[in-house]
Structures are given as structure tokens and as C-alpha cells.
Write a protein that binds this ligand. Structure first.
Ligand SMILES: C[C@@](CO)(OP(=O)(O)O)[C@H](O)COP(=O)(O)OP(=O)(O)OC[C@H]1O[C@@H](n2ccc(N)nc2=O)[C@H](O)[C@@H]1O
Ligand SMILES: Nc1ncnc2c1ncn2[C@@H]1O[C@H](COP(=O)(O)OP(=O)(O)O)[C@@H](O)[C@H]1O
Length: 295
């Protein structure tokens, strides 16, 4: 028997970052949104532990480890279980792109393991296991639109009746999350201990008006990411010329996302960016569900 769980990519609609804590993490006040780019993780029992990774033609999976350092394998090592597992990951979420692809795989592996063994653990237990694996992993379980506090792992769902349209432009070369946070520390040594609250962003979500949401998007990691990779600033400006309401670095980058007026608007912006020479240009909608069993 095997179980396949699907888990979505995320965008940070608001990413407020405070001064680095003593444990090396930064306090966050963020609003996550799960969007319709998915990894599928299949878990079955086997005689040897193994993980294999495949991806759609637009995704470069060469940097995804196929040993015990793969975060899906780390997730299985985290749960008390004597069985050995075979894990298959089919990726469509850009790798090292600031869209929480690894976190999605970890969340999917935790849920698949729970269902495979008929454990039906309470959500609180899965969320606690998820938080031990990474700051973004609890959100990958929850999905939808949600506020994240603490180091991002304290997740509270937000009602979001909107159907938001995004264009997603991954980069051929990933950016390391710790490097971007370190660069934030260099650029903003006097960052306030508490990050900015997403007050206007929450009001914009409730209004369901794309232009209002576009104006409220905010990412404190954008400046360090663009400083490390100036071409991201050029890309943001280009997407806005091509009709997007607003471009934004996704999390720690280097993926750039563009909020568009509608599905047609997203298709037109995507066509413009592809015409300007960007090889991989995706469209996505959000919010979508968190990790869930598909077979
Ligand atoms: C920046 C964000 C925004 O949602 O996402 P990505 O852009 O990576 O997807 C997250 O904070 C990434 O979360 P995640 O990728 O789970 O990070 P973790 O594994 O917990 O931590 C990796 C490293 O990132 C830094 N880190 C992470 C979270 C945080 N609140 N402060 C930090 O300084 C630390 O250097 C930590 O050692
Ligand atoms: N299952 C996985 N999928 C993607 N990356 C993984 C996975 N397991 C480990 N990694 C490592 O984690 C790093 C961060 O990947 P990812 O989670 O895609 O990016 P981000 O943290 O920017 O959202 C990658 O460079 C890769 O080496």
C-alpha cells in the first residue's frame, strides 16, 4: 500500500522581519498564502529506506538531495516508527526559490506517514512535528491564507474569500534562506525587535480588491534579496510594465511573483514575460488547500 499527499507552494503576502533573536532565528509577522503549484509525495513501506525525486520539465531537481538529508526523509526520521519507507517526490515547486518546496515535502511526508500507518494523530501533534522540521512546515500542513508568528511556525488561519491570480517566475539559480537573513542583519542592524504588523494587508484581503492587495504587499527580505541579486529588481519592473499590478520577491527569493487583476491578466503578463526571454513563467491561483491525501 502507498499514500500520496499533495502539498502546495507558498507566497508571503506580508513578511515583517524583526531583529535576530539569540537562537539565530528572526521574529516574524507574516501572512502566508498557499498557491496552486504542487509537489506530490508518495510514501510506502519497503525493505530499504530510499527517496527518489522527479520533476516537470520546468523544474530543475538536481539540487534536491536523494539521501537522508532530503527533508521528507528527515520528516520520517522525526516520527517514532520502526518501519522503513520508500519515498517518491514529484516536484512542481521551484527548488530553493522562497516558495517552501522542501517544507511542502516535509508536511506531505508527515501526513502520508500518519495515514499509511492509520495513526490519525491530532492536528496539534502533526503541527508540533512540523515545527521541529522548519519554520514554514506547519503552514504547509494548514494551507489557505494564514498569519505566521514566532519564527513563522505559529500559524493562525485567516478567512480569505478572494481568488487571487499570480504569475510566478523562478530563477535558474537558488538563493540560500540563511544567506538572505544574514544579509538582512547587515543591512538593518537596528531592525526593531518586533516586526511590522500586517494591518493594511489584512484589510486589503478582506476587501477582495486586487489593486488594494497589490499596494499592501510587503516583504522585508526583498531589499536584501535584490541587493544580492540585482536582476530581481529588473524583473519586478519588467513584470509591472507587462501588466502586473505589483511584483514581489517571494519570501527569501529568488522567485519573483506578480499579483494580477484576473486570470486573463495573469495570462497576458506571463506571455509578456515569456516574450521578453524568461524561459520559465508559471501562473497560479490562491488560496488553495494545505497538504492533503490524493490517493
Ligand atoms: C524566508 C521564509 C519566509 O516564509 O521562507 P523561504 O523564503 O525560505 O521559503 C522562512 O522564514 C524560511 O523558513 P524555513 O525555510 O522553514 O526556515 P528554517 O528551516 O526554519 O530555517 C533555516 C534558516 O533560516 C533562518 N531563519 C529562518 C526562519 C526565521 N524566522 N528566521 C531565520 O533567521 C535561520 O538562519 C535558519 O537557520
Ligand atoms: N524535498 C526537498 N525539496 C527541495 N529542496 C530540498 C528538499 N530536501 C532538502 N532540500 C534542500 O533544501 C534547500 C531549500 O529548498 P526549498 O525548500 O525548495 O527552498 P526555500 O527554503 O527557498 O523555500 C535546497 O537547496 C535543497 O538542497
Amino acid at each position: 500500500m502507498s499514500i500520496t499527499v499533495r502539498a502546495a507552494a507558498k507566497i508571503n503576502l506580508h513578511l515583517g522581519v524583526g531583529r535576530v533573536r539569540e537562537d539565530g532565528f528572526h521574529p516574524l509577522d507574516t501572512v502566508y498564502q498557499a498557491v496552486s503549484l504542487y509537489d506530490d509525495v508518495t510514501v510506502s513501506q519497503g525493505t530499504e529506506e530510499s527517496v527518489s525525486v522527479s520533476g516537470s520539465s520546468s523544474i530543475d531537481v538536481r539540487d534536491v538531495p536523494t539521501d537522508t538529508s532530503n527533508i521528507a526523509m528527515r520528516a520520517l526520521a522525526e516520527v517514532p516508527c520502526s518501519s522503513r519507507h520508500v519515498v517518491r517526490i514529484d516536484k512542481a515547486i521551484p527548488v530553493a526559490g522562497g516558495m517552501a518546496g522542501g517544507s511542502a515535502d516535509a508536511a506531505a511526508a508527515l501526513l502520508a506517514h500518519d495515514r499509511l500507518h492509520g495513526l490519525a494523530q491530532p492536528d496539534a501533534v502533526l503541527l508540533e512535528q512540523a515545527a521541529r522540521l522548519g519554520s514554514d512546515v506547519p503552514f504547509s500542513l494548514v494551507g489557505g491564507t494564514a498569519r505566521g508568528r514566532g519564527r513563522g511556525e505559529v500559524v493562525e488561519p485567516i478567512a480569505d474569500e478572494g481568488a487571487w491570480w499570480w504569475v510566478v517566475v523562478p530563477s535558474g539559480v537558488g538563493l540560500s534562506t540563511p544567506d538572505v537573513y544574514r544579509h538582512f542583519d547587515r543591512l538593518f542592524p537596528d531592525a526593531p525587535p518586533q516586526p511590522d504588523e500586517p494591518t493594511e494587508l489584512l484589510a486589503a484581503l478582506a476587501s477582495r480588491e486586487p489593486l488594494r492587495l497589490a499596494r499592501a504587499l510587503h516583504n522585508d527580505l526583498q531589499e536584501p534579496a535584490v541587493d544580492l541579486r540585482p536582476e530581481l529588481g529588473v524583473l519586478i519592473a519588467l513584470g509591472e510594465v507587462e501588466g502586473a499590478l505589483r511584483g514581489l520577491v517571494s519570501g527569501s527569493g529568488p522567485t519573483v511573483v506578480f499579483l494580477c487583476e484576473s486570470a486573463d491578466g495573469a495570462r497576458a503578463t506571463a506571455a509578456g514575460l515569456a516574450g521578453a526571454g524568461h524561459d520559465v513563467v508559471l501562473t497560479a491561483t490562491g488560496p488553495v488547500a494545505g497538504a492533503h491525501v490524493v490517493s
